[in-house]
Design a protein around this ligand. Structure first.
Ligand SMILES: [Fe+2]
Length: 458
């Protein structure tokens, strides 16, 4: 698309309605180009002796220089001042205290119990996106570039004169309540509940909360980036379509900002550096390493059309791979509104034990295996821990017998993160007042239906 019109529509530094005139580029993993002023992007050179308009050229690499071309990710940013122009990094005071990027016996717990957390309270005291984040569980290490952390956030105010930079990994953010207006070095993204946004390692960004009280989920992956899953026998189309991923267009501000703070997450700890300008001073950029967003309602689900229950992998929206084929560091699965049509089939998710680890959240509505749902909450079923429909869901499904016609599950949106790596749980997650200590009770009372005379399969 020609985003040069963007320069006329989006005044540099203007406040206005953040979302009103945003323009995006479309595609997954494309090599994009964008300029907020026509002619700002050098043609034919990445690093000319003098860049157009006297801009500085700066590369950001999301993969090693020598990563094979098919997986290599990098972008060139053309900015008013280079990122390096800042005061020395200092450990942030006060420290955050509830973020973790390396999971060990000394800082987190192994616990196979089925766990559920009800929606966390949004704090009364002013709390921005960064301070409202807290790690729930994770595995591996950001230092060793292998692993993940699952966080949640509960916040009520916008980040001010402050940008966040995550040196540890990529964030996949899922707002559950309240919109996120995200300003990045590549431009702006307006993200609503029902959307996700991916903020790759190293990009500076700032989050405004136009709706005030806000809550959501964040997955962070170390040493990998999300890909679209292979489609196999599904064919050339289906699930998440590449063209539905949206990337921002260049936007910049040039006014002096005498006390602008960069907060860098590095090894799970926060460091701050002060500079006298906004990091959102990129007038043009090109490359394939970018933030992006995706509207979950665009997901095209595939499922069983005659009998039996598909494995949940059929709902994979994005996947971060390990080196083993078919084994994910972290899969992101989307459970949208959909039809259930299987005949003679127990339709809720089957009883299950899995070598993989499953963390679920609910954006809105219910979830078919759990009566009542828990929007804003989360549950964790770790490696080989049994789980499945609760007693009430099982009995009500069986009671319907042969009367189950096609049924549309509307008004529901939930997701799952699935990983091969076994999570360790953060102490504050285990001690959280949101912990549902009665969760296991949902399966109590399952009675035996064993009957030697019952030989028909319905
Ligand atoms: Fe499962």
């Amino acid at each position: 698309m020609d985003d040069r019109q963007n320069a006329e529509k989006l005044p540099a530094g203007g406040a206005g309605d953040f979302a009103a005139e945003l323009k995006y580029q479309s595609g997954f993993g494309n090599h994009f180009s964008s300029e907020a002023i026509a002619g700002a992007l050098p043609i034919g050179h990445n690093n000319p002796l003098v860049c157009p308009y006297g801009l500085y050229a700066e590369q950001i690499n999301g993969t090693s220089f020598t990563t094979p071309r098919s997986a290599n990710q990098r972008s060139w940013l053309y900015r008013i001042k280079p990122s390096v122009t800042h005061e020395p990094f200092k450990a942030r005071s006060p420290a955050h205290g509830r973020l973790m990027a390396e999971f060990t016996q000394s800082n987190s717990s192994a616990n196979p119990t089925q766990m559920r957390w009800m929606p966390v309270e949004i704090p009364d005291e002013p709390t921005d996106f960064l301070d409202g984040m807290f790690t729930m569980c994770g595995a591996g290490s950001s230092f060793l570039r292998h692993g993940y952390a699952l966080h949640m956030y509960a916040a009520n105010k916008s980040m001010e004169d402050c940008a966040f930079c995550n040196a540890d990994g990529d964030f996949l953010v899922i707002p559950q309540q309240g919109r996120l207006w995200v300003t990045t070095e590549c431009g702006k993204l307006a993200v609503s509940p029902g959307d996700i946004v991916v903020l790759p390692q190293g990009f500076r960004f700032s989050v405004s909360l136009p709706d005030g009280p806000s809550r959501g989920y964040i997955a962070e992956i170390f040493g990998a980036h999300f890909q679209l899953p292979e489609l196999g026998p599904i064919g050339a189309n289906g699930l998440a379509a590449p063209r539905d991923f949206l990337v921002p267009t260049a936007w910049f501000e040039e006014e002096p900002r005498p006390e602008y703070t960069i907060v860098q997450k590095y090894g799970g700890e926060l460091f701050t550096a002060v500079q006298d300008f906004s990091p959102f001073n990129v007038v043009a950029w090109h490359g394939n390493y970018t933030p992006y967003k995706y509207d979950l309602s665009k997901f095209c689900p595939y499922n069983v059309v005659l009998f039996d229950h598909a494995d949940p992998s059929i709902f994979t929206g994005l996947s971060a791979p390990t080196e083993k084929p078919g084994v994910a560091l972290l899969d992101f699965l989307i459970f949208p509104p959909r039809w259930f049509v299987a005949e003679g089939t127990f339709r809720p998710p089957y009883f299950h034990r899995n070598c993989m680890n499953e963390f679920m959240g609910v954006i809105h509505g219910g979830y078919e295996a759990k009566g009542g749902g828990y929007p804003g909450g989360a549950c964790l079923h770790s490696c080989m821990t049994p789980h499945g429909p609760d007693t009430k869901s099982f009995e009500s499904t069986i009671a319907l017998g042969d009367d189950m016609g096609p049924r549309r599950e509307s008004g529901t949106l939930s997701f799952m993160f699935e990983s091969a790596l076994i999570p360790r749980i953060c102490p504050w997650a285990l001690e959280s007042p949101a912990m549902d200590h009665d969760y296991l009770q949902h399966w109590i009372g399952m009675k035996s239906h064993f009957n030697r005379e019952l030989t028909d399969i319905k």
